[in-house]
Design a protein around this ligand. Structure first.
Ligand SMILES: Cc1cc2nc3c(=O)[nH]c(=O)nc-3n(C[C@H](O)[C@H](O)[C@H](O)COP(=O)(O)OP(=O)(O)OC[C@H]3O[C@@H](n4cnc5c(N)ncnc54)[C@H](O)[C@@H]3O)c2cc1C
Length: 316
């Protein structure tokens, strides 16, 4: 090549020095139990790493400084969502990448709310390595994976030094960046219970752009209808960035229950959800605007969920 600027070759240690990345020991366990033992041995000086798209940035920005990174990538497990015809449950291993979820036909057809959410996480490159488990454990109020899973009543399974335990996902989040995991515990599975007949769902990440940006809000709605295709028999409304942790708009859900789902009731449900939200001012948007948009988007996602029920059942 001629005329271009010249690069001075760097040796690896020099390159590391230049980006000022903190040094750590990378450990590769082959099983969950081995990973847990490694973590217990090093305590707070160790961190798990799955796709690394959150933890490596934290290390680079000096928000985390582990001496040991314990890889979860080499632990065998299903690499895609698995649907059980027998029980009607969807099982997603925590180490499954967003891209595997996005490209799953089962997820696209049976759980459109989850497909809506994961297809806009970062970029394809990010989705190819970032895991659903890492997204939940990172526990930011804007985690796109959390909102649809909460709206689908997901349960999670955790494996740790004291054995196994399960809990519903909603109560896993304790505060911004904080979740209910003790030292050494690993989030291993996500389980979505059977979806009722005549159910539709939708999610919207609301911001100036759909991808590669922290959203102003995340809104997910799941609606199930009675046999008349009008009356709501179950509603789930989950909100992200509307409180310090992902939340459900319980009062708005209760309002819809037993009522016909139409423009009027969806509008009212949106208003109730807006009142329930605990939005705050931030550099990305002021609280009053966020609250207003909760109302607008709950209505819009409710309408989309309803439309999807009708499409699935060939009704207009
Ligand atoms: C450019 C860019 C764009 C992004 N865009 C989005 C976006 O649009 N929406 C969004 O929600 N996120 C986004 N993210 C954040 C990130 O990609 C996701 O949160 C991702 O899912 C994290 O998964 P990971 O496997 O990379 O986690 P890692 O970085 O490997 O881990 C994250 C944290 O979870 C812990 N951990 C990971 N897995 C487990 C487990 N199974 N059990 C216990 N602890 C565990 C780690 O110790 C670490 O503390 C973006 C990130 C980047 C860099």
């Amino acid at each position: 090549m001629s005329g271009g600027s010249r690069c001075t070759p760097m040796t690896l240690p020099q390159a590391i020095e230049e980006v000022d990345m903190r040094r750590f020991t990378y450990m590769i366990p082959k099983s969950l139990d081995e990973a847990i033992s490694m973590h217990v041995a090093h305590g707070e000086r160790a961190k798990y790493i799955a796709g690394g798209t959150d933890i490596l940035i934290k290390i680079k920005e000096r928000k985390a400084a582990p001496d040991y990174l314990i890889s979860l990538k080499h632990i065998l497990g299903p690499d895609r969502p698995l649907f059980s015809q027998e029980t009607g449950e969807l099982y997603i291993g925590a180490f499954v990448t967003h891209r595997r979820i996005e490209t799953s036909k089962t997820v696209r057809t049976r759980y459109p709310i989850l497909h809506d959410a994961v297809k806009n996480i970062g970029s394809v490159q990010i989705r190819n390595v970032a895991t659903i488990g890492g997204n939940l454990v990172n526990a930011v109020p804007s985690a796109d994976g959390a909102i649809p899973l909460i709206a689908l009543d997901a349960e999670i399974r955790i494996h740790g030094p004291k054995g196994r335990r399960s809990m519903d996902l909603l109560h896993f989040f304790l505060g911004p960046g904080q979740c209910d995991l003790e030292t050494g515990e690993i989030l291993t599975e996500i389980l979505i219970p059977p979806v009722l007949p005549r159910t539709g769902s939708a999610y919207l990440k609301f911001g100036r752009r759909q991808a590669m940006e922290l959203p102003l809000l995340g809104v997910g709605v799941v609606l199930s209808l009675e046999e008349d295709f009008k009356t709501c028999c179950r509603a789930r409304i989950a909100l992200g960035v509307a409180a310090p942790t992902p939340m459900r708009a319980i009062q708005a859900e209760a309002f819809l229950n037993g009522k016909p789902v139409d423009e009027k009731t969806l509008e009212e449900a949106g208003k109730i959800a807006a009142e329930e939200s605990r939005v705050r001012d931030s550099i990305r948007g002021v609280a009053w605007y966020r609250r207003e948009m909760v109302g607008v988007l709950v209505k819009r996602m409710g309408r989309k969920a309803l439309q999807r029920i009708h499409e699935t059942h060939g009704r207009r």
